[in-house]
Ligand binder design. Structure first.
Ligand code: SF4
Ligand code: SF4
Length: 305
């Protein structure tokens, strides 16, 4: 509008506030209605999808065998409600709901580190920032450098599942391929974290409960900016790339109290509770074998046996 006025063009300019709101995201429907209004066409009732009737109700949930679930489980096992959990944008935001409860606040991409640092400084509370590998490359590095520069007391947990899972498994600078072919200049996360000035950094598989618990306990005993890289591929992406699932699945051999505790604290969607009995839905189970490390009531068996 200012440009047109400057050049003496007297066209009507429709923009924010007349046809579109000043803030917030634009939906397809909002843009469609704005165009109709601008073109003088009659507005139509918005088109909404009608949900299929009779579908099972379920909360937003991480997939069975998702490596984020085991990472959240172990971090919460060590820190519990003592810590504040700063989250970010990715599949791992689904760790929000109980029992994982691993997302107390989230603003925008990269804010798990920057806002987590600010929260730790302002509140004095132990703060853990969860950020995915792709989001870390996108906008987590700046916050981490700032945390080092200001010696912020934050534990950053990079959930490196080797892909950009939430938006459809796109590659990122840390994986073996680009959108066009092999990635000749792959950026490794741990050396990058060290180059940002982080001295305390460890890489561990979140599906190895003993090793990951040890890493989290070690980081709990430290202060200042520090990083755990939980590295294990997204189970869905891995299955799609290899064309096959893992040969083994979990089964429940004894539905006792310990087994119920695992069901209630890990809440893998492959667990099925029927009355007092717990079983594993073999079609859902990815064979991550994490539950087997938590209690002996879970055992491995050959898929289909
Ligand atoms: S092995 Fe256990 S935790 Fe992993 S997907 Fe199967 S039931 Fe879930
Ligand atoms: S798509 Fe991958 S990262 Fe996302 S919830 Fe499923 S297993 Fe986890």
């Amino acid at each position: 509008r200012a440009l047109l006025q400057k050049h003496g063009v007297t066209l009507e300019v429709l923009g924010k506030s007349e046809t579109l709101p000043l803030f917030g995201e634009y939906s397809t429907e909002m843009v469609r209605q704005a165009l109709r209004q601008a073109l003088g066409r009659q507005s139509r009732a918005p088109e909404h999808c009608v949900p299929e009737q009779g579908l099972a109700m379920r909360p937003p949930n991480l997939c069975a065998g998702c490596s984020h679930r085991s990472a959240f489980f172990t971090v919460r096992e060590v820190f519990g409600d003592e810590a504040a959990y700063s989250s970010d944008i990715g599949c791992y935001t689904l760790g929000l709901l109980p029992p994982l409860s691993a997302a107390d606040f989230l603003i925008c991409m990269g804010s798990s580190v920057s806002m987590g640092s600010g929260f730790a400084t302002a509140s004095g509370k132990t703060t853990i920032g969860f950020i995915g590998d792709s989001t870390f490359f996108h906008s987590g590095i700046t916050g981490l450098i700032n945390a080092v520069h200001n010696d912020h007391d934050i534990l950053v947990v990079i959930l490196d599942n080797r892909t950009t899972a939430m938006t459809g498994h796109q590659p990122h600078p840390g994986v073996e391929h680009t959108g066009q072919g092999p990635n000749e200049r792959r950026v490794e996360i741990e050396p990058l974290v060290r180059a940002c000035g982080i001295e305390n950094v460890v890489t561990v598989s979140p599906l190895n409960h003993k090793a990951s618990r040890k890493a989290v306990e070690q980081m709990k005993a430290l202060s200042g900016p520090r990083v755990i890289i939980f590295q294990d591929p997204c189970v869905i992406h891995e299955r799609r790339m290899s064309g096959k699932g893992k040969p083994q699945v979990a089964q429940v051999t004894q539905s006792d109290e310990n087994c119920l505790n695992v069901l209630n604290s890990l809440a893998c969607p492959a667990f099925v509770k029927e009355g007092d009995a717990v079983r594993v839905d073999e079609d859902m189970c990815s064979g991550c074998m994490f539950c087997l490390q938590l209690d002996k009531s879970f055992k491995a068996k050959k898929r289909g046996a």
